[in-house]
Design a protein around this ligand. Sequence first.
Ligand SMILES: Cc1ncc(COP(=O)(O)O)c(C=O)c1O
Length: 500
Amino acid sequence: MKIYENIQLNKESNFQHLYIQVYKALKDLMLTGELKKGDKLPPIRKLADLLDVNNVTVVSAYRILEEEGLVYKKIGSGTYVTLNLHDKENYESLPKGIIEEDYIPNSLIEQSHIHIEENMINFASATPSTDLFPVDDFKQVLNEVLDRDKGSAFGYQESQGYYPLRIALKKYIHQYGIHTETSNIHIISGAQQGIDIIAKGILNYGDHVLIENPSYTGAMAVFQSRGAKIIDVALEEDGLNLQDLEKKIVAYQPKLLYIMPNFQNPTGISYSFKKKKEIIKIANKYNVFIVEDDYLSDLNFFANDNATLKSLDTNDIVIYIKSFSKIFMPGLRLGFLVVPRPLFEEVLLAKHATDISTSGLLQRALELYLLKGTWQQHIKYMESQYRQRFEIMIRCIKKYMPQEVKYVLPKGGVNFWFKLPKGLSAKELYEIVTKENIVFAPGNLFFLNNDGLAYFRLSIAAVNEKEIEYGIRKLSELLHNFISQENKVSIPSSQYTPIL
Ligand SMILES: Cc1ncc(COP(=O)(O)O)c(C=O)c1O
């Protein structure tokens, strides 16, 4: 039983069911060779006692291992390991894993099923409402660019991006502690494209990528589309679990670690400064490139520190992605990367192969917008608008949310993450609240294995203050009823049901 004594479970985890943690711990023991072909797994009750969990938790973990063909049962004897998983050949030849590979992150399909009508209170979308867009100011810079550059505004732009814009962005990220050369900045058509061209340029079929659990569905979809094997790492209130991270790096030798250190999507959590530094240290130790998706660090309301990882990166190991979608206008499809030197060529070639270049007209307009200082005014305006919503949201959550619903309040950003009491499903709740014209994002969208049925995300990007006040009060009422015994709907025992 010695090897099982080292298994560490996070019983407080808001992010991963215990049976999945047990399953993963056992699989890790197989990957590291501590559990070999023919070894007998402990009797259910014994392991449950040792780990201080329910028998059902161990039964569920064994069942997944069995469904993956990693163990088999001998009637009346016990459960045995089928093969030496640490042999690379065996690992490669395994059928797709239920938890790691079988899930198709079909979030786009799922999200398009979130039917949002005009009169609905939209806590589902993390996209800013269009009334916040600086349309008139942008119209002015567009006209100025057209008068100034005439036809050249419509020519092909360099794949790396319009040079004056890269100069302006170099200055802009100085304030985020990122000191880099213009030659390391690549303009992209939105952060989503950034993730895509990084994956296209760097990953080979079958490479491993580590992500947070839960994570941004758009990134999971990209990595999956490149044939990468996605492995999730436990996420805690102050960032990744470092033991789990290091263990998975050793076991899988990933090419990339994809994370959102500030106001993570979907949980809203921010990494502590200490963890940010530790993660960079670990990445350097094992030579793993970190992809830092900075989709939102600008919206810091109460965090003491929202340093970007890139600002702490002395070894050029962080690929920094900046999106403007949440703070500017998502439809512009503009963002940028800071790319480590060794990856310059791969990323640039991938960008060229994808769309040759981001719209030259829009790049020129953004450059002028930055140059004129209109950008700073706009960010201040967005910050104040979001801050009002953020503060009202926090007040309403504290006032109305049933105490059985668990959450960790974020210190900035737009996302709030909740956990329902045991046995309740956010999908069922979703059905109930949509009838009352409220929508949110069910948590399972953000999990690799379609786990996380107990979670849901509320975003304040697309709702005004009145809607927040009414929406949270109403949602809380519905939640009270939902939680009360007579309305209780239990999650079926097979909690990783296939995605719809
Ligand atoms: C974490 C994260 N990264 C990237 C994106 C995509 O951003 P963009 O609109 O810049 O492509 C989103 C969009 O919601 C996001 O949440």
